[in-house]
Design a protein around this ligand. Structure first.
Ligand SMILES: [Zn+2]
Ligand SMILES: [Zn+2]
Length: 179
């Protein structure tokens, strides 16, 4: 079963998943706030004195149920968010070809911080533009998909990164057609 979820995380449409999450949690938050407001409307003043005189507050079972409902919705949204970040980290580490178990575990504890570190690591090391694999050493091709990572300066034969616009050795402007 875990294998199935791993596959889903790799294949998921990240943009869609994030947008769906934002819309749903936003709608849930607005909806419940509206219900809460209409329920407690007219008794706001009592809430303001809640800290001092909470015993005088006239809470019905319905009020408590509403608050509990909000709490549950909040927890569900929180867990959903956590899992979404977890899926992002798993997917990113899978694409990068680094230890997925380690990074997913890190995300389970540090959540967004783990994702940020992972992206930073990818940025520093550089990744294959085709498959996302972390580049190893100064290899000319990606060792997973065979994508060309380096090009040669036509003037001085210096090996350059595929995205270079100018040669770092002789300063020649590189024609995009040659890359
Ligand atoms: Zn690649
Ligand atoms: Zn050159």
């Amino acid at each position: 079963m875990l294998e199935k979820w791993k596959q889903r995380a790799i294949k998921m449409n990240l943009k869609k998943a994030v947008i769906f999450f934002l819309i749903t949690s936003f709608a849930a938050a607005i909806g419940f706030s509206a219900v809460l407001y209409s329920n407690f409307h007219g008794r706001i003043f009592e809430w303001e004195q809640f800290a001092e005189e909470y015993k005088r507050l006239n809470m019905s079972a319905g009020d408590l149920a509403l608050i509990a409902g909000c709490g549950i919705i909040g927890i569900i949204i929180g867990i959903w968010y956590w899992l979404l970040v977890l899926a992002c980290v798993y997917r990113k580490s899978y694409r990068m070809g680094v230890n997925t178990a380690f990074w997913t575990f890190a995300a389970l504890i540090f959540n967004l911080a783990a994702l940020a570190v992972l992206y930073l690591y990818a940025m520093l090391k550089g990744t294959c533009t085709n498959c996302g694999r972390v580049r190893s050493g100064s290899g000319k091709f990606c060792d997973r998909c065979g994508n060309l990572l380096k090009k040669e300066c036509p003037q001085c034969r210096q090996a350059l990164d595929i995205s270079s616009a100018y040669c770092s050795n002789c300063g020649k402007k590189l024609d995009e057609k040659e890359s």
